[in-house]
Design a binder for this molecule. Structure first.
Ligand code: NAD
Length: 260
């Protein structure tokens, strides 16, 4: 019988805010396949929401990580090196843009807001790959999360559109550079899901309604749709896939002009 078996594999999950987080759905699937997980939380305010989830996941490494605070990401990798000596996979589910820039037109986006959004939502993936590379000496798998607004204009997605476009391009360059070490880098382009991060996007409920109507499967995705794809990609079943943007969006991205 075919099963996903990640027993003995070690992975870092960055981006759990609460039980609705896409990263939590991925973490649950990866843990139930046997992987040991290092879990990070943003700061003291986030810790009480993430700590019980990390406990349920039996995470042996649980550390703060605000990628905008110098030294915190390095400390996470120091702990992984000290405790495990290696890393097999990395799940990056981090995004942020200041509210004024996120909810305003791209035309009016500040330089500071653009830089901060890029640093936290895109360059953090690059830094994680840089720190993971020496620990993935037997190969590895990296996944980040993107959205359709990277490639087509989605009302109210604003500055996150170009930021996710940069993220998807980074995935291809990282996959190219790290492929020789058997490190695979992919993005999952997830459909709209009501999470904490999504609540910062104006008119998000309308986006949910339209997404469900537009999708060939006539439904929204569940966080676990992302969780299951993450499990497949992290396992041997994804061994031939790198540099890819995989859509887990109930098919929404294929639709062009549809007359109703
Ligand atoms: P979420 O709010 O649960 O997760 C976002 C995470 O980003 C939080 O854990 C937060 O702590 C973290 N974060 C923000 N700033 C950070 C920083 N400076 N340092 C470290 N971590 C930081 O929401 P989510 O929807 O699960 O988001 C996860 C990823 O999925 C994001 O990249 C998001 O863009 C992407 N995504 C979400 C949707 C959706 O509709 N929810 C769709 C496609 C892609």
């Amino acid at each position: 019988m075919e099963v996903f078996d990640l027993n003995g594999r070690k992975g870092l999950i960055a981006g759990i805010a609460n039980e609705h987080s896409l990263a939590y759905a991925a973490a649950r699937r990866l843990r139930s396949a046997g992987a040991d997980l290092a879990i990070t939380y943003l700061n003291d305010k986030a810790k009480p929401f993430v700590e019980p989830l990390a406990r349920d996941l039996a995470a042996p490494i649980f550390l703060p990580c605000d990628v905008a605070v110098p030294g915190q990401l390095d400390a996470v990798f120091d702990a992984i090196r000290a405790q495990w000596g290696r890393l097999d996979f990395l799940f990056h589910a981090i995004a942020f843009a200041p509210k004024a820039d996120l909810q305003g037109r791209l035309t009016d986006c500040s330089a500071e807001g653009f830089a901060q959004a890029m640093l936290i939502s895109c360059h953090s993936l690059i830094r994680m790959c840089h720190l993971a590379e020496p620990l993935m000496d037997e190969g590895g798998s990296v996944i980040t999360l993107s959205y359709y607004g990277a490639e087509k204009v989605v009302d109210h997605y604003n500055v996150m559109g170009p930021v996710k476009a940069a993220l998807e391009s980074s995935v291809r360059y990282l996959a190219h550079e790290l492929g020789g070490k058997r490190i695979r880098v992919n993005a999952i382009s997830a459909g709209a899901v009501k999470t904490r991060a999504a609540s910062g996007i104006a008119h998000f409920d309308d986006l949910l309604d339209e997404s469900a109507k537009a999708a060939p499967l006539h439904r929204l995705i569940e966080p676990d749709d992302v969780g299951r794809m993450a499990l497949a990609l992290m396992s041997e079943y994804g061994a031939g896939v790198t540099g890819e943007v995989l859509y887990v969006d109930a098919g929404m991205h294929i639709e062009g002009m549809v007359l109703r």
